[in-house]
Design a protein around this ligand. Structure first.
Ligand code: GDP
Ligand code: IMO
Ligand code: MG
Length: 423
């Protein structure tokens, strides 16, 4: 059986959580492969709204197995808060959620280091989510990390050594902090995760595949935030791309089947870094207001702009996207015209590929299309799509070279329209 991957093609917050939830009934297993509580994946159904940070978005659809893979970084305190809130709302987890012993632990001092490094960068700060993501992956790669499996043996000793090392760094940075509160909650989190099935997830995943079970891998962040291919250094610290599903779960590349690439009908970014199509005018404000573009984790206002097909083509190439999913098209329902960036102008040169460096001199070249000016939020089938909307879809498919198989017209699970063979 093949493994399908669903991942973001822009700078995150494309709507991954919603679509993973919609697609979950087709799979036996949903697995997260990278990132951590920097993610905020929103799901809405039956009048309820949930924001998931470390727990996969397949947790609400029946008795599916959900796996937190080795590529994920886990903060036990935040995980406990998230899991307990879900259990309290009537969604039992303990039997269904399995955690890789090889996932790395975010320590309280990782969070402090995240803040200290950001402060040291001043105006050049990345604008991280402050969850300790960068320092935790740094420790992983430099072979200093603590893993979930470590909680089972001599944990206190290992924790004390890691904390002492971090404290030395913080001293050298002359950064003031108080760990009392967060350390207490964190230790409670460590006890809490022992109640879950801590597994060798690469073995479980492959055994499930041999048993012909199907797996959907859920990406976090987006391709333009990938540590290798994103707008470095304004990126996250993991491989958010399709290859990350292989390393973050122990899945062989030849097992990958469909690659679902998800994007908004426009574009947003939260935190610092280049964003060629960013709008600083009323149109940008309008997108932000109608789209409720505020971070689901930090509450920060998201920067808004037109869709960037140069960046999208790059993301499709890197991930080998086989199916596209367009989100939040309803946000553009009232616009007279809609713009799509088809090339960049740098100096006197026009390019249609994503360059090594993006700075303020990069000027987007737009194609302007007529808006559909129709409320699409209650539509159930593509037969109801207005002509201008169909023209927008055809234009994007032609530019991107991949079919748009799913269109989302609102935040609810039911506001999802399947096209082509998806039905
Ligand atoms: P994720 O991180 O990729 O899962 O996305 P987020 O949950 O951070 O952000 C997407 C936001 O858009 C959430 O508030 C969703 O409820 C909302 N959303 C998802 N799809 C749609 C849609 O088609 N239309 C509208 N208006 N909102 C949507
Ligand atoms: P989901 O999964 C949007 C951004 C941060 C910052 C940069 C680095 O909900 O799409 P980090 O805390 O990872 O070191 O921050 O990456 N960022 C996200 N932006 N959605 C996310 O996740 C993000 N996770 C991190 O704003 O610019
Ligand atoms: Mg999000």
């Amino acid at each position: 059986m093949k493994v399908d991957v669903l991942l973001g093609l822009q700078w995150g917050d494309e709507g991954k959580g919603k679509v993973v939830d919609v697609l979950t009934p087709r799979y036996d297993v949903v697995a997260r492969f990278q990132g951590g509580p920097n993610a905020g994946h929103t799901l809405e159904f039956e009048g309820q709204k949930y924001v998931l940070r470390s727990i996969p978005s397949g947790i609400f659809q029946g008795d599916k197995i959900n796996i937190i893979g080795n590529g994920v970084v886990l903060d036990p305190a935040l995980f406990k808060a998230e899991a307990e809130a879900l259990e309290a709302s009537g969604h039992p987890l303990k039997e269904r959620l399995h955690i890789s012993k090889k996932a790395h632990l975010i320590l309280p001092t990782h969070r402090v280091l995240d803040a200290a490094y950001e402060a040291a960068k001043g105006d050049a700060k990345v604008g991280t989510t402050g969850k300790g993501i960068g320092p935790t992956y740094t420790d992983k790669v430099s072979r200093n990390g603590l893993r979930v499996g470590d909680v089972l043996h001599n944990f206190e000793e290992k924790y004390a050594a890691a904390k002492a090392r971090h404290e030395q760094i913080l001293k050298s940075l002359d950064f003031k902090y108080d760990l009392t509160e967060i350390e207490k909650a964190w230790m409670e989190g460590i006890e809490y995760i022992k109640q879950f099935q801590l597994i060798d997830s690469e073995v479980e995943v492959n055994n499930l595949l041999y048993q012909d079970r199907s797996i959907l891998c859920e990406g976090a962040q987006g391709t333009m935030l990938d540590i290798d291919f994103g707008s470095y250094p304004f990126v996250t610290s993991s491989n958010t791309v399709c290859a990350g599903a292989c390393t973050g779960l122990g899945i062989a590349p030849n097992r990958i089947g469909e690659v679902y690439g998800i994007f908004k009908a426009y574009c947003t970014r939260v935190g610092s870094g280049p964003f060629p199509t960013e709008l600083f005018d009323e149109t940008g404000d309008k997108i932000c207001t109608i789209g409720h573009e505020f971070g689901s984790v930090t509450g920060r206002k998201r920067r808004c702009g037109w869709i960037d097909l140069v960046a999208l083509k790059y993301s499709i190439m890197i991930n080998g996207v086989t199916k596209l999913i367009m989100m939040k098209s309803d946000v553009l329902d009232t616009f007279d015209t809609i713009k799509a960036c088809v090339a960049y102008k740098i100096g006197n040169e026009e390019i249609d590929y994503f360059p090594y460096e993006i700075d303020d001199t990069v000027e987007p070249i737009y194609v302007e299309l007529p808006g559909w000016q129709t409320d699409m939020t209650k539509m159930q089938s593509e037969d109801e799509f207005p002509e201008e909307f169909n023209a927008y879809l055809s234009f994007l498919e032609e530019q991107l070279g991949v079919q748009i198989n799913i269109v989302s017209v609102g935040p609810d699970r039911d506001q999802t329209i399947l096209r082509y063979t998806e039905e």
